[in-house]
Design a binder for this molecule. Structure first.
Ligand code: ADP
Ligand code: MG
Length: 745
């Protein structure tokens, strides 16, 4: 590395160069860097420290401050392991080493240092830091921090400083990454261009991107890395908010949905189909939806309502508005079971009406059958009014003649892409602009190009997405910022709250004996277990499985009653037959996996037992529990969670579920336990993970970014102005697909 001709500063290293081109990074290191997601030089700049450690200036051993914290380096002369010290047997002993430099010796001692036997060996060069004490004639450090040095004469730390600690692997420690970054940074940092307009940065008193990178990798003091972090977090949030603002503007400007008429006659006509009057909360949401559907701007509404709050009829109301204009509507559910259930209840309510409905799932009508082909033709010819189904609706073969309303149920089960895709099914040509089709790496986007060049607006259906998993405000501002939100905050009348019990596995027999009493009173029960079969590592004694458990319950507790098992691997018609018999009260106990998590609606089933409840997520437990508590005859439903929690998180989840029936409260607690950050980078969000910003801690930055983004897009909806090209390109690259800016609009 001393040879100037191979020095990085002399080479023409680019931000886009592969890391292999860095002097000192060979094939092996390049591979190790790739494992950390670092492929090119700019990835290295973006590989930010997780934290910083204060590092004292280095001294020679003889100059180390006794009774102070010191740092030094030297060569290991000898090591020794004294077994048996402390509790816990082998490996728990004391590890000792002697570190020497030309003028002195330092004794190093690690208690419980057995693991160091294979890592620190005579002849190695080490840098150590710790409190210095005197031990007889020697200086000593007890449990010092240490790191291996490849060569003794690598740059010693002359001044005290903040040392960055990087996400690393065992084969490529933080110090090695630090060394590479320090070598490379000076020669490439001037190539870093800032996507954010300088006036905005000045206004917020934030450093340039280049400075932010420099200050996070090599901070001179704490203020620097803090300022850098703030800038980089803002960067991330601004891009996200720009994406959301741009999408909104885009929808407004370039997409149109059919205007659906509404008047008292239509309203009465629709309502007479419902077997009950709507609740106040349902009425309010219907009103909001009616308003949306009367505009050419496509509805993009999220309907939140706890399990059992009656979202389905509201959706049906919207769908029937499409039908009354002789247009089509579609309802997409996440599972076949739920799609079947929706289809059933919709056809029941529309019994005798002149509305043509059909069900389309992966298996129904049978693939390649004449029946399926005929159905697809009807859809395309406009001879079908309401289509209910699973994501099979998104299959290429489905073409609607005139889809006006698209509803997605249990939105949390779908990814953003699927939501976007449903919007697309009614229109065969849905690409937005030619300039976006260019590969992301092209930098030559002309600054005044438009995202959309057509004059006429593209027709899309109105979209309603429904969820029983409420989204806290923080998140709705981030991920779902492009949706309008409606809320059903009241349950249909007559419901009595579910009684919850948290029970130890040892008490399971008592639970089932009690369930039998409820069966004797004519009620029905669900028993939920986590698995279909025993997996390799666990026996059925450890983990109750559907089939085994159903058999056992029938023999031991439910003699004379009908017990059946359902799970995802049953054939559809077998499963349908079982569900149908359960609905009609012919089956008394349904032992099930989470296939019944959403949508199953049997009001006489008033008892649920969840086995191994510690294995389920909080939101999932709440969904499962929502299968009971559906009768309005005043009977108390019961949900028993049989659980043996072994982790803190599991205990928190179970306490939460046992102590409240309020879905919003549960969703909040769920986020508290899991952390909001987890939402990003998930299938649900479809967004790249936030790497720097932390939600909710960076809420103030989020609000700042949101304000800036809205102002910027208001003034320049396509970011087509001078100096915005880079921002626009990065935006489309990072968020284009997730936010549907490229081909959805
Ligand atoms: P979810 O919001 O969980 O999808 P559903 O739409 O499945 O809830 O409704 C739950 C149950 O409540 C269904 O049996 C439905 O028929 C019933 N229901 C919905 N609205 C009302 C109402 N206004 N009055 C009485 N029962 C209702
Ligand atoms: Mg529902």
């Amino acid at each position: 590395m001393a040879d100037a001709s191979t020095d990085n500063s002399a080479s023409d290293l680019r931000l886009t160069s592969p890391v292999r081109d860095i002097t000192g990074v060979g094939e092996r290191r390049a591979a190790l860097l790739r494992r950390l997601g670092i492929n090119i030089v700019s990835d290295l700049l973006r590989h930010l420290p997780m934290r910083y450690e204060f590092e004292a200036a280095e001294d020679q051993i003889a100059q180390l401050p006794v009774e102070g914290v010191g740092m030094t380096r030297g060569t290991i002369e000898a090591t020794r392991f004294v077994p048996g010290y402390g509790r816990g047997g082998r490996g728990k002993g004391r590890f000792e080493a002697t570190l020497a430099d030309p003028n002195g010796r330092l004794k190093l001692t690690w208690f419980s240092g057995g693991h160091l036997r294979r890592r620190i060996m005579a002849g190695m060069h080490l840098r150590v830091q710790g409190k210095v004490t005197r031990f007889g004639d020697y200086l000593q450090m007890v449990n010092p921090k240490w790191e291996p040095l490849e060569e003794l004469d690598t740059t010693p730390a002359e001044d005290e400083r903040l040392r960055p600690v990087y996400p690393a692997t065992e084969d490529l420690p933080s110090t090695a990454i630090e060394q590479i970054v320090r070598d490379v940074l000076p020669s490439v940092i001037d190539q870093v261009r800032d996507p954010i307009p300088i006036d905005l940065l000045q206004h917020h008193n934030m450093p340039s991107l280049a400075d932010a990178f420099r200050m996070s990798h090599m901070p001179e003091h704490e203020e620097q890395w803090k300022a850098a972090r703030r800038r980089l977090a803002y960067n991330e949030l601004l891009l996200l908010q720009l994406g959301i603002a741009m999408k909104r503007a885009h929808v407004r400007e370039h997409l149109a949905a059919p205007v659906l008429k509404h008047n008292d006659a239509i309203d009465q006509h629709i309502r007479q189909r419902f077997p009950f009057p709507l609740t106040r909360a349902q009425d309010k949401v219907v009103h909001e939806i009616v308003g949306d559907l009367g505009e050419t701007r496509p509805m993009n509404r999220l309907l939140q309502g706890d399990v059992g709050s009656g979202k389905t009829v509201v959706a049906l109301y919207a769908m029937l508005m499409a039908v009354s204009e002789r247009k089509q509507a579609a309802l997409m559910a996440p599972t076949e079971l739920l799609a079947e259930q929706h289809h059933l209840s919709i056809t029941n309510m529309l019994d005798g009406a002149n509305v043509r409905t059909a069900l389309l799932t992966g298996s129904q009508p049978a693939p390649n059958s004449a029946e399926r082909k005929a159905l697809l033709e009807k859809i395309a010819a406009g001879e079908l009014d309401i289509l209910v189904g699973t994501h099979a609706l998104l299959g290429g073969a489905v073409r609607f003649a005139d889809l006006a309303v698209a509803v997605i149920d249990e939105q949390h089960r779908f990814g953003v892409h699927q939501r976007a895709a449903l919007r697309r099914v009614s229109s065969s040509e849905f690409r937005v602009s030619s300039s976006d089709d260019a590969p992301a790496s092209t930098t030559g986007t002309p600054p005044n190009s438009k995202l959309e060049t057509r004059n006429s607006k593209l027709n899309v259906p109105h979209q309603l997405v429904m969820t029983a998993t409420p989204i806290p405000r923080t998140l709705s501002l981030t991920i779902f910022g492009d949706l309008d939100v409606s809320l059903i905050n009241e349950l249909p009348p007559g419901r009595t709250p579910i009684v919850n019990r948290l029970v130890d596995p040892g008490k399971a027999d008592d639970v089932y004996s009690y369930v039998r009493q409820r069966l004797e009173r004519g009620e029905q029960a669900y028993v939920v277990v986590p698995a279909i079969d025993a997996s390799g590592t666990e026996t059925t004694a450890q983990l109750k499985t559907v089939r085994e458990h159903a058999k056992l319950l029938e023999q031991r507790f439910f003699e004379g009653y009908e017990v059946a098992a359902v799970h995802g691997r049953l054939k559809r018609d077998t499963r349908e037959r079982i569900m149908d018999r359960f609905r009609r009260g012919k089956i008394h106990v349904l032992v099930a996996t989470t296939v019944i998590e959403v949508g199953v609606d049997v009001s006489n089933a008033s008892v649920m037992v969840i086995e191994h409840a510690e294995r389920f997520g909080l939101a999932q437990l709440h969904q499962l529990r929502g299968r009971v508590g559906r009768s309005s005859d005043g009977r108390r439903s019961l949900c028993v969670f049989i659980a043996n929690p072994t982790t803190d998180d599991a205990r928190k989840r179970l306490d939460a579920i046992a102590n409240t029936n309020d879905g919003f409260r549960i969703a909040e607690m769920d986020l508290e336990i899991r952390g909001m950050g987890e939402f990003f980078g998930t299938r649900q969000s479809g967004l790249p993970p936030l790497r720097v910003a932390r939600i909710p801690e960076d809420m103030d930055l989020l609000m700042l970014a949101r304000r800036d983004a809205i102002a910027m897009i208001d003034a320049d909806p396509d970011l087509a102005r001078e100096g915005r090209a880079m921002l626009r390109r990065i935006l489309l690259q990072q968020y284009g697909e997730a936010l549907g800016l490229i081909d959805v609009g």
